[in-house]
Design a binder for this molecule. Structure first.
Ligand SMILES: Nc1ncnc2c1ncn2[C@@H]1O[C@H](COP(=O)(O)OP(=O)(O)O)[C@@H](O)[C@H]1O
Ligand SMILES: [Mg+2]
Length: 267
């Protein structure tokens, strides 16, 4: 067998491609235009923070990238390969897992069942392998430094931080190259927020591409590489954390300064 150019070129080409890219995405709910021509890229080993006021379109963008909502127009590509349709299972199979803002845990199920929600481990292809799920979920939570009395405890009995830990464990367990987190630190205390920070740091060290929706600028400046600002469904700007300030980001969020393209137009 001879190697074609295509085969030999592929590794280098893949290394230079963003892990995840969305291009010119539009999405309306009735007459509300939630996304208006949004583009975004994130690379492996990078944490991209997505910020913006309430209603800016952050969660809609996360759901579009996760296959929950179809876009009205625009393209999503994973490692350069377009996703042909909006389907959460397809998105997951292609390497995207998500910690959603509004879906955390099923309170009546225990922690192990929550970590393996929708994708239970099986024995002989049919029976749920409880023993393995209990052992593995305990191990994942330990590695994330999320402390729980036992993974057999119902999720409804957990604190906000523990629930968020379980939701993150579910995403981490899938071991996908791309992880989206929608406000993972909202409603968490100081110590629990620091724990989420540790998890993000370790995901990035493992080379994962992380998109982090977050309101906490201190947290973002501590953990993100780049910051992308959305306002009323449009991208206001993208900044390297090392080359911006909190006040510039706040101005972009509130619309107090001209957008990048407005600046370019007047230059
Ligand atoms: N399922 C939906 N049905 C109707 N409108 C929606 C829906 N989801 C979001 N929206 C609207 O889209 C806009 C963006 O919302 P969202 O993406 O949740 O913003 P963010 O997460 O930045 O606060 C808002 O005006 C919101 O009311
Ligand atoms: Mg939101």
């Amino acid at each position: 067998m001879t190697l074609t150019n295509h085969d030999t070129d592929r590794p280098a080409a893949e290394a230079s491609l963003p892990a995840l890219r969305i291009t010119d995405a539009w999405k309306s709910f009735g007459h509300v235009a939630a996304l208006r021509g949004v583009s975004l890229t994130v690379r492996g080993g990078e944490v991209l923070a997505l910020v913006g006021d309430n209603g800016a379109g952050k969660s809609t963008l996360v759901k579009v990238l996760s296959g929950v909502y179809p876009v009205d127009s625009g393209e999503i590509a994973v490692a350069g390969v377009p996703l042909e349709k909006a389907d959460p299972r397809l998105a997951r199979a292609r390497g995207i897992s998500t910690v959603f803002q509004d879906l955390a845990v099923v309170e009546t199920l225990d922690i192990a069942a929550n970590v393996f929600l929708g994708q239970p481990l099986r024995r002989f292809g049919i029976l749920a392998d409880r023993k393995k799920m209990i052992a593995q979920s305990a191990e994942i939570l330990r590695s994330l430094k999320v402390r729980v009395p036992s993974v057999r405890v119902a999720a409804g009995e957990l604190s906000g931080g523990q629930r968020q830990g379980v939701a993150i464990a579910r995403a981490v367990r899938q071991d996908t190259p791309i992880i989206l987190m929608d406000e993972p630190t909202a409603a968490l205390g100081v110590r629990e927020t620091a724990q989420v920070g540790e998890i993000i740091r370790s995901l990035r060290e493992q080379g994962k591409a992380v998109i982090l929706v977050c309101h906490d600028l201190e947290f973002i400046f501590a953990h993100a590489d780049r910051i992308q600002v959305l306002r009323l469904g449009q991208v206001q700007g993208v900044r390297d954390v090392s080359a911006t300030t909190r006040s510039e980001i706040v101005s972009l969020i509130t619309g107090a300064t001209a957008r990048d393209e407005d600046l370019e137009a007047t230059n």
